[in-house]
Ligand binder design. Structure first.
Ligand code: NAG
Ligand code: NAG
Ligand code: NAG
Ligand code: NAG
Ligand code: NAG
Length: 405
């Protein structure tokens, strides 16, 4: 009965809907094809100024939205900044290849292509951002050389709201591929990120101080974190992501600097980690300058294929010695309300689950449900778990009860 009434109502409403749609003025965006605005796709001519001129016109257009179109071809581009606010929504459709300078010193800013202070920005297309990082990776020696050259990230978004990026490929960044800072309401979909597993610091997606972000249907293979989630990020959903090679989906490192903010409401679902060093990872510095909360995380339906450290909470993170300090082993980051459910596959280490929480602020309410990781490494025998200072519950195949207090 209800369905008949519903069908009847729908039938009656349909013509009204058509009228409503038909009578709405359908204003198409004005298209700015970069080739018709002075850009030359010969892979050599520097198109920086031409791109900035097009941006100014498109962004400043008062009478309606704009679409900047990059057709097929190789557009060499130096460092550019696209700054808003724009008068209207703006689209960037990239079907061609944007080529970064090979020489890192030819990019005189942190980020090769940077978007700032923009609302309603949409980037799409089947084109490629080619960071041409190969020549600069060997120069990446900052861990030992204070005068190391500054390498640029490929694309950055700062103070950008209500926007999205889809389908684009980011190839061989010099440093990270996509960087987000203070970005709110943003979708990342269908994006492909590719760099060799041994390329240094080529994080896939990195974000700090962001909220209400979705990342889905995305394929990331790179030399550092597939996704790095930093201070102040809240309400982030990641699903249908493939990660590998790379260092996994990583929260942190956190706690080292003053004025860091909580990280909360993270959902990571339907993920494949393939041949990565880490899978699920949370790292907080052993020596903490800030006391923050990491809470309300859900990790669900995650396959691990030959992952070195599939599940790794490390609250004694200290990659560069010396690590000695007053509160050794007492990170001030509180981790709580974390659920891990249906995590399966193979681990290259016998210790497949490592949960090393802070002694001062033990992990609270950690739920381990249906964790089933097999040891596939050189050291034989069944996989094991190592835990410290953690409270919660466990059920399922791998008997992890001994881990919890
Ligand atoms: C972007 O969103 C944040 C959080 O909702 C808000 O504080 C900020 O004012 C917004 N910025 C703009 C330019 O609208
Ligand atoms: C993000 O995707 C959701 C659907 O999953 C949609 O409702 C929302 O409008 C999108 N937001 C932006 C900014 O594209
Ligand atoms: C993320 O998923 C949660 C739970 O499904 C939902 O409540 C929330 O609105 C989602 N957030 C975003 C940004 O999509
Ligand atoms: C995992 O990676 C290997 C080696 O690159 C590849 O052959 C295999 O198809 C991948 N498996 C999945 C499920 O993606
Ligand atoms: C775990 O919780 C129980 C009960 O709340 C408490 O007695 C115990 O001290 C907690 N252990 C840790 C390591 O926090």
């Amino acid at each position: 009965m209800t369905s008949i009434v519903y069908a009847f109502k729908t039938l009656c409403l349909l013509p009204l809907l058509f009228i409503a749609v038909a009578s709405r003025p359908t204003v198409k965006p004005k298209v700015f094809n970069v080739k018709r605005h002075g850009s030359i796709p010969d892979g050599k001519t520097d198109n920086t100024d031409a791109f900035i001129r097009v941006w100014s016109r498109a962004c400043g257009r008062r009478s309606g939205s704009s679409k900047i179109y990059v057709p097929k071809g190789n557009f060499y581009l130096g460092g550019v900044e696209f700054v808003g606010p724009c008068k209207n929504p703006i689209e960037f459709v990239i079907d061609g290849t944007l080529l970064a300078p090979e020489n890192p010193s030819d990019i005189k800013q942190d980020t090769w292509i940077n978007f700032r202070y923009i609302n309603d920005l949409s980037i799409s297309g089947f084109g490629t951002l080619d960071g041409q990082g190969k020549k600069s990776w060997p120069l990446n020696d900052c861990h030992k050389n204070p005068n190391c050259p500054k390498l640029a990230m490929t694309m950055g978004f700062a103070f950008v709201n209500n926007s999205n990026i889809k389908d684009i490929t980011s190839l061989n960044s010099k440093m990270g591929h996509l960087n987000f800072f203070s970005v709110h309401y943003f979708n990342i979909t269908g994006v492909t990120i590719t760099a060799p597993g041994d390329s240094p610091n080529t994080d896939g997606i990195k974000m700090g101080s962001c909220s209400n972000i979705q990342i889905f249907n995305t394929n990331i293979g790179t030399g550092d974190d597939c996704i790095a989630i930093l201070s102040g990020t809240t309400n982030l959903n990641i699903s249908n992501v493939k990660c590998g090679p790379g260092h996994g989906i990583s929260v942190g490192s956190l706690g080292k600097n003053k004025d860091e903010k909580d990280v909360k409401d993270l959902t990571v679902k339907d993920i494949i980690f393939n041949g990565t060093s880490d899978g699920i990872r949370i790292k907080t510095w052993e020596s903490s300058a800030s006391k923050i909360l990491v809470s309300n995380f859900v990790y669900e339906n995650i396959q691990m294929i030959d992952v070195e450290k599939p599940i790794n909470i490390d609250q004694k993170y200290c990659p560069h010695p010396p690590c000695e300090h007053e509160n050794k082993g007492e990170s001030h980051v509180q981790i709580q309300d974390v659920k891990l459910k249906n995590i399966y596959g193979t681990s290259k280490n016998k210790v497949a689950v490592n949960l090393q929480c802070s002694k001062r602020f033990p992990c609270k309410n950690v739920e381990l449900i249906d964790i089933n990781l097999k040891n596939n490494g050189l050291e034989g025998g069944p996989s094991t778990a190592k835990c410290e200072n953690i409270n919660g519950s466990a059920s399922g195949k791998m008997a992890l009860q001994h881990c919890l207090n």
